[in-house]
Design a protein around this ligand. Structure first.
Ligand code: MN3
Length: 221
């Protein structure tokens, strides 16, 4: 019994030391975003791709002071000198955590309140915003992300390559993300094959605009 307890304590300690970053549970079932995001894509995307970013980030930072940082704080440390394993896997972990929460079952529709007003005044209309976001998502060559973000209290649509994100000081436009879309092929290929524009259209059916509103309100406070 004593030995069992000791083993438990030791394994808890070693988890605390070597696995600082961890995946939060998916906030809905793997099939909850069907048919826009299919179950198999979600299983592989969350269970293998996101998991691999977390595992590789923990490996890259094992024993380093950065493993004690929050994911947000880690993003703020990324420079050109940061090892690619930290930049890519750290960004991968942050981006996917953000992306899962950006979606929710039976959501979609249109934003409300201050975010809706800001979208209308910035882009002309919700439809124009969707076109601009789709353009950012479909013209990002290769792998990357499309973003709606707040910079200097104003909304902007941008995109980043690979697993970079607007919290990293090295990206073209830094800001506070409100919405993100993963445009890596692993995010859509099983269902949409090469049709990235159709995937963007499907995404509008599952956007969690309540959460985007909360992020917008916090960013312009
Ligand atoms: Mn991905």
């Amino acid at each position: 019994m004593k030995r069992q307890i000791l083993t438990l304590v030791l394994s808890a300690l070693s988890v605390g030391v070597s696995a600082q970053f961890s995946q939060a549970p998916l906030p809905y079932a793997v099939d909850a975003l069907e048919p826009s995001i299919d179950k198999m894509t979600m299983e592989i995307h969350y269970g293998r791709h996101h998991k691999a970013y977390v595992d590789n980030l923990n490996k890259a930072l094992a024993g380093k002071p950065e493993e004690k940082l929050t994911p947000d704080a880690l993003m703020a440390t990324i420079t050109k000198e940061t090892p690619p394993a930290v930049r890519n896997n750290g960004g991968g972990h942050w981006n996917h955590t953000f992306f899962w929460a950006a979606m929710a079952p039976a959501k979609g529709g249109a934003p409300k309140g201050a975010l809706a007003d800001a979208i209308n005044s910035t882009f002309g209309s919700f439809a124009n915003f969707k076109e601009e976001f789709k353009k950012a998502a479909t013209t990002r060559f290769g792998s990357g992300w499309a973003w709606l973000l707040v910079k200097d209290k104003k909304l902007m649509v941008t995109s980043t390559p690979n697993q970079d994100n607007p919290l990293m000081p090295i990206v073209e436009v830094q800001g506070a993300p409100v919405l993100a879309l993963d445009v890596w092929e692993h995010a859509y290929y099983l269902k949409y094959q090469n049709k990235r524009p159709d995937y963007v259209e499907g995404f509008w059916n599952v956007v969690n605009w309540d959460r985007a509103s909360d992020l917008y309100n916090a960013a312009v406070k």
